[in-house]
Design a protein around this ligand. Structure first.
Ligand code: KG4
Ligand code: ZN
Length: 357
């Protein structure tokens, strides 16, 4: 097979990413301008702030990635870019720049679905044959799917309300974790993971397991979030905390909350495996699960999935942290996978091809 090189661009949420990857899965150069720290300060993604930063950073990111790879845009075989899902104005920044690059170099474009890119990222480093189960968990998404081919995904379940990263970010903020210097600069979910490690009693707070009576693979996290906030408010009033003060049980609350999230994720993953086996969708020779997205960086949660997967005879894969969170590398790699399958090379991407959903 001839060696191809793809430049990938990602701007669907709050990260401006660009990377150059070749057919062998070698990362030749990448750049990522992350707005996470800024959003920690503002308490959430502000779409207009994100848009402004994508606009300022897209050219820098692309030039930096090309420079690290020591190539020009003429040396790549195609330009891959996220076209869905995401915030329209943000997606447009990436697509517009990708179209500009395609125009000046005469190279084709490859439209990329952000979730599919997350799902396939693990294949850049590991040989994971189709079909496999994927669990995508981040601040913006939560889904279980069966990946049957590069362009063939069967959705098994999704969150009926918030994604797990979002509730971890909200609860971390409400717990005022960023007032603890060690956690001031990390994402909410990471702050909860670190704080949970300091707990001496993770059974102090009890959370009910969501959707236990439903035999499907959907998720629900809003109940866990509300429950955590109710427990916090109760403790705040018991201790009469004011202003920036933090409840003494903060570590135990983080640990119980994280345990409940892990338990729910593991439970639904177990359902997904059972469903696929019942329908004979996965050959006994390749029972594999990929866990990805920002929340997959959480070792406690990952281990919970590992325990359930191993019990059911599955191997569990997780891409390195840099590939779990939003990045340009997975977009470029998805472009490579699509080129290998001869699908989706286009001359132009029109406005109606850019899609929030
Ligand atoms: O994939 P990502 O960079 O962006 C999207 O949300 O699409 O994921 C960011 C999310 C945030 O909600 C953040 O709190 C969460 O991933 N996160 C974590 C950890 N590191 C990041 N959640 C739990 N444990 C972590 N160690
Ligand atoms: Zn993402």
């Amino acid at each position: 097979t001839s060696n191809k090189t793809v430049l990938g661009i990602e701007t669907s949420c709050d990260d401006t990413g660009c990377a150059i990857v070749n057919s062998d899965g070698v990362l030749q150069g990448d750049a990522l301008y992350s707005q996470n720290e800024l959003h920690v300060r503002y308490g959430g993604v502000n779409p207009l702030v994100a848009y402004e930063l994508h606009r300022n950073n897209i050219e820098l990111a692309v030039n930096e990635a090309l420079e690290k790879a020591s190539i020009n845009i003429e040396n790549v075989d195609a330009v891959a870019v996220t076209t869905k899902p995401g915030m329209l104005i943000n997606l447009q920044v990436g697509v517009k720049y990708a179209k500009y690059l395609a125009r000046i170099s005469g190279k084709p474009l490859i439209p990329i679905h952000h979730m599919e890119a997350h799902a396939l990222a693990a294949r850049m480093y590991e040989e994971i044959p189709f079909p496999f189960i994927v669990l995508l968990i981040s601040g913006g998404h939560c889904l279980l799917a069966l990946v049957q081919d590069v362009d063939d995904f069967l959705l098994l379940g999704k969150s009926l309300d918030n994604p797990p990263g979002e509730i971890m970010d909200k609860v971390a903020r409400r717990l005022k974790l960023k007032n603890i210097p060690e956690y001031a600069k990390v994402a909410g979910g990471r702050a909860i993971e670190l704080a949970a490690k300091k707990s001496k009693n993770m059974d102090l707070f009890e959370f009910p397991l969501p959707l236990v009576r439903f035999r499907d693979c959907n998720f629900s996290f809003s109940g866990l979030k509300d429950s955590a906030i109710r427990k916090l408010v109760k403790k705040e009033s018991e201790h009469r905390v004011k202003g920036d003060e933090i409840i003494p049980e903060v570590y135990d609350l983080c640990a119980s909350f994280q345990y409940a999230i892990a338990e729910h994720l593991a439970h639904r993953t177990e359902r997904a495996i059972a469903f696929c086996e019942k329908k004979n969708m996965i050959p006994a020779t390749n029972r594999n699960i990929v866990v990805s997205g920002g929340v997959a960086c959480n070792d406690f949660i990952f281990k919970a999935i590992q325990v359930i997967g191993t019990k059911m005879g599955y191997r569990i894969f997780r891409p390195p942290p840099k590939l779990c969170t939003d990045n340009g590398i997975m977009i470029a790699w998805n472009g490579i996978e699509k080129m290998k399958k001869n699908c989706n090379l286009v001359k132009d991407i029109s406005f109606k091809d850019i899609d929030p959903l």
